[in-house]
Design a protein around this ligand. Sequence first.
Ligand code: PGA
Length: 247
Amino acid sequence: MRRSIAAGNWKMNGLRENFNDILLIDAASENVNCDVILCVPDTLIREMSEKTKNIFSGGQNCHIEASGAFTGDISAEMIKDAGASHVIVGHSERRVNYNENNNLIKSKAQTALNEGLKAIICIGETLKERDTGITLDIIKKQLLDSLPQEITGETIIIAYEPVWAIGTGLTPTIEQITEVHDFIRAELENNYGKKIGHSVNILYGGSMNAKNAHEISAIENVDGGLVGGASLKAESFIPIINALNLN
Ligand code: PGA
């Protein structure tokens, strides 16, 4: 049985003065029937991991090397050392803004796994790709080319995030989400075996909010959400946690 996940992605948002939101989210996550993960800026990971009890701490990116002459980068080992248990890799903002390709993302995910971090691997089509009818081809390529050779439900989380739904207020229809999540599940089972494929959490991400979280997360192969804007404030993220808690 997969346990539902409510994951927040703060992106480049959040100062120490916003810490109270983290504490409120932590308090609301006690006794919920889902895992809550907050992927905050690296500057907040240490304090968050020390001061919270009920949520997992995550980073948003990592380098493929453990250390070295890579000015401005951060390694999986450093994120782990700061207290994180999870790291996002391959978010579309990094794929687009930093030209990160599937190969690099695969290496990042592998490095995260080697450090004992759980990797949240993001995939998703652009609007142009959807409109030309190649969504499933894109998803298949991103999925299979970004995943490490050996995965388990304990080490990997997939986040399906249509690029056109991120930060736009637009969401795919329930049928569209169902189609892609069923497809990802089938690909995981075909390529990694039924047992492992069945055990991996597949999150939906892209304009998830308190209003749509329940309906989206009720879809069979949606095992939670990766939430950007609505995770920044306790008042908007807690209702999403509660909605996922019901499924
Ligand atoms: P959004 O972002 O919820 O603000 O659309 C989701 C994400 O980018 O992970």
